[in-house]
Design a protein around this ligand. Structure first.
Ligand code: SF4
Length: 213
């Protein structure tokens, strides 16, 4: 059963169009400067069955989702849950919305992924650790070493135009739930500290932030 940090729809800052985003819980890679330290604890977040998560995907497809993004945390730290979830969402996608694509983020390099079974249904992957010393303007990537790789005809169609795309600003979204203010997207270096300073100047301060230990 996958353990997830959260999920949300529609997310527009982690892949093309309006997407269901699912953040898996747990990451042992400990990249320096990671912005999502709240996803590190493998016992954090909450377990959810593949069936429940697939129902969320079905609802998103009915609401016109263009795709699914699985991020983290480290999705490949839960290979069985990831494999089963992607297989279920791919089957449903094929029935309901064949043009909805599946994108997976992983901190592992392709050479470190010995068994790609868990990624079998991914149309595109973004691979590699976050390297705080290598800032980038490339869309959806946090550092210049991270590589966006389409894996299927749909992935090539959907992501081909974005391989070298550098937007003026990194797409970001802010959402509020009953517990947290949370951000979706891959900010550029300094964006979150700038936001914190801007809010502080208006009298709003964060008690805890996920980008500091
Ligand atoms: S940047 Fe990604 S891979 Fe690196 S520690 Fe954070 S969640 Fe893990």
């Amino acid at each position: 059963m996958p353990r997830v940090n959260r999920y949300g729809f529609p997310v527009t800052a982690l892949g093309p169009g309006r997407r269901l985003a699912v953040w898996f819980q747990g990451c042992a890679l400990a990249c320096r400067g990671c912005l999502a330290r709240d996803t590190w604890d493998p016992g954090g977040g909450a377990e959810i069955t593949v069936a429940e998560l697939t129902r969320v995907w079905a609802d998103a497809l009915r609401d016109g989702a263009d795709g699914l993004t699985v991020s983290g945390g480290e999705p490949l730290a839960q290979p069985d849950g990831l494999r089963d979830f992607l297989a279920a969402v791919a089957e449903l996608r094929d029935d309901l919305a064949p043009a909805a694509d599946l994108l997976v983020y992983t901190g592992y390099e392709p050479s470190e992924i010995s068994d790609g079974t868990a990624l079998a249904h991914a149309d595109a992957v973004i691979t590699g650790r976050y390297d705080v010393t290598r800032p980038t303007r490339l869309i959806w990537r946090g550092s210049a070493n991270q590589v966006l790789t389409p894996r299927t005809p749909l992935g090539r169609d959907r992501y081909g135009p974005y391989l070298d795309h550098e937007p003026d600003r990194a797409p970001m979204q802010v959402a509020v739930d009953d517990r947290d203010v949370w951000f979706a997207g891959v900010p550029r270096r300094g964006d979150l500290n700038r936001l914190r300073r801007e809010l502080a100047a208006r009298g709003i301060t964060f008690k805890e932030v996920s980008w500091r230990g």
